[in-house]
Write a protein that binds this ligand. Structure first.
Ligand code: NCD
Length: 310
């Protein structure tokens, strides 16, 4: 077992407020630079491995695009069925190979804590790109960047409403850990069965951050940010429970205008019916910009983990 030396991104909990401000700053610089340039070739000698054992579009593609725009190279393994895991290889043996082939890796895996296990066993930086219903820290970083772009952080208390599958939505869990460093209050809107797990509630209580939980969608009232998520079908053991919740909340233009006309509407995507397409061409909808910010944020993170200044 090799000794862990490099910094990894395993949980959003690991970041201090200063870390976050630094990452936001670099991300902004990268976004600005890419307005006039196609590449920032600082990682020519480096290889990123993307190991995705659960479906992904934005996360994997933006990591890979980020590496390419930094002049680096990418190797990838997608889906258990196409990797040697399908032949019975353990994740540990797979990772030992990745350590030899790449300088940094991003892992998405259905088991909570999989990236922690990975980081304990290999010496290159590991990025948690989503571990089951656990966390998705890099998504939360791009979410934070998106919020800051549209709503100044810390000027006044921001009211952030999370809507949907709050129990299983890993992007929400990570974003809570980041937002606790800023001046915010939380509203969690979900059916009780899929509400916020205790571990996150306790974290908020310990830090005296105000939050309330409700099933009523009208409680989005006067929010600055509506963060909507899909019901995470893949986390439900029986389909009936999923069917019961799947169309509970639909955020559309009428609802936003009625209750929360100063808000931005965010969604990590993919969306099902929970954000109506009638919002798409309104100023409320920032979810496509949010996805675009994934590129800049992940470029900043690759540079940071490989200790390259920009
Ligand atoms: C999210 C995920 O995979 O957790 N998607 C993403 O990374 N943009 C959200 C989801 O799948 O609902």
């Amino acid at each position: 077992m090799s000794k862990k030396t490099a910094e990894s991104i395993l949980s959003a909990k690991q970041f201090s407020r200063n870390d976050l401000l630094e990452i936001l700053e670099t991300t902004k610089k990268i976004e600005k630079t890419l307005e006039t340039k196609k590449e920032i070739p600082l990682l020519n000698e480096y290889i990123l491995a993307t190991l995705f054992f659960e479906p992904s579009t934005r996360t994997r593609l933006s990591f890979e695009s980020a590496m390419h725009r930094l002049g680096g190279k990418v190797i990838t393994s997608v889906g258990m069925q196409f990797s040697s895991l399908a032949k019975g290889e353990t994740l540990f043996d797979t990772l030992k190979m990745v350590e030899a082939y790449a300088d940094i890796c991003a892992i998405r895996h259905p088991v909570e804590g999989a990236s922690i296990l990975a980081a304990e066993n290999i010496s290159i930086p590991v990025i948690n790109a989503g571990d089951g219903a656990g966390e998705h820290p890099t998504q939360a970083l791009l979410d934070l960047y998106t919020i800051k772009k549209h709503k100044p952080l810390d000027e006044k208390k921001l009211k952030i409403a999370f809507i949907g599958d709050i129990r299983n939505g890993r992007t929400i869990h990570s974003l809570i850990y980041l937002l606790r460093h800023f001046n915010v209050e939380f509203v969690f809107i979900s059916p009780a069965e899929i509400s916020l797990p205790d571990v996150y509630k306790n974290e908020l209580k310990n830090q005296n951050i105000s939050f309330y939980e409700t099933e009523n969608i009208n409680d989005i009232k006067d929010s600055d940010v509506l963060y909507v998520t899909r019901i995470q079908e893949e986390r439900f053991i029986d389909r009936k429970t999923f069917e019961k919740f799947k169309d509970n909340y639909v955020i559309d233009k009428e609802l936003v205008l009625k209750y929360s006309s100063n808000c931005i509407v965010m969604h990590p995507l993919p969306r099902l019916n929970e954000v109506s397409i009638d919002l798409d061409d309104t100023p409320y909808a920032v979810y496509f910009d949010q996805a675009k910010n994934g590129l800049f944020t992940r470029m900043a993170l690759l540079l940071r983990l490989l200790n390259i200044n920009f």
